[in-house]
Ligand binder design. Sequence first.
Ligand code: NAP
Length: 325
Amino acid sequence: MKIMPLEQRGISTSRLILGCMPFGGGWNREPIEQQHILEAERAVDAALSIGISMFDHADIYTMGKAEETFGHLLKARPSLRDQVVIQSKCGIRVAKGQVPGRYDFSKAYILESVNGILQRLGTEYLDILLLHRPDPLMDPNEVAEALGKLKSSGKVRYFGVSNMNSSQVRFLQSALPEAIAVNQLEMSLSKLDFVDQTVHVNQAEGNSVHFGEGLLEHAQLQRIQLQAWGPLAQGAFSGRSLEGESERVVQTAALVTRLAEAKNTTPEAIVLGWLMRHPAMIQPVLGSSNPKRIIACRDAERVSVNLTRDEWYSLYVSSRGHALP
Ligand SMILES: NC(=O)c1ccc[n+]([C@@H]2O[C@H](COP(=O)([O-])OP(=O)(O)OC[C@H]3O[C@@H](n4cnc5c(N)ncnc54)[C@H](OP(=O)(O)O)[C@@H]3O)[C@@H](O)[C@H]2O)c1
């Protein structure tokens, strides 16, 4: 059986990840309420109940409150820390006064960000740190100094990136002593660029594809774990209101429902299973905080193993809305 790139690096974890972006209330500086902690606890318990042991954060989610909320859960249940893999991200700075929102891979900012993340989560180490979005001013040697310091101090075990193409990954990797372990990007049955990129080589239609050329192949060759954000397509094919949606989305949602019925599972499992059927062994980062919806994802891996080629292509072609070349 094929194993995930993360497992090949010795990180034992679940195929599904729970994204913690909704935790902690709104994106504001208002204090966390008990209700937010209870909601996060229910979501985490639902995830644990279906075997999810990996949790995705970023320092900016709800302005730090997502991590702080998770920190409350860890404090209440200290034994949880060793049972889960915690990943967070840094490198995005929110707008402040006259300075716009921006990216910052400077050594000082990376080190300061990780201190903040650890403090909010109330943990001594992060399993994985991702650099959130490519900083045009990044200097790989400077990033290497920061990551080296985080590694040697035991604050971070593994490193990765997010929203980077393979050239950017290679550029950064050239200075890093350790292999980049993760790249997290938007991929789903509605965000099809990752597949379209493979299909439209040497074609004008490929000009409108928004996904790094060779990214999937490079990741597989280098054993980089690809993670998909937005994997449920925000519910577009699994029960969200279809009012005002295109015929393409309506037809694809109907196909997802038919397949779910035929396989005795949920639409969520079909949508995720389609993504996980790709040989890159993609890890979906679920964005739901609704316990029922999280549990509805339980069968995703089983579906991915049993989804036929015909079924996979039927879903892909239906969602792209026109025939393959
Ligand atoms: N690296 C990056 O740049 C980046 C960017 C964005 C996100 N992320 C990560 O990826 C995670 C997931 O992203 P995402 O939230 O875009 O992904 P998603 O899993 O595709 O969407 C989840 C959202 O869709 C809603 N939803 C799902 N099914 C629904 C249905 N049937 N009816 C109504 N609403 C439905 C959920 O609401 P409920 O909560 O009500 O289920 C939730 O708001 C985030 O938590 C974060 O960890 C990373």
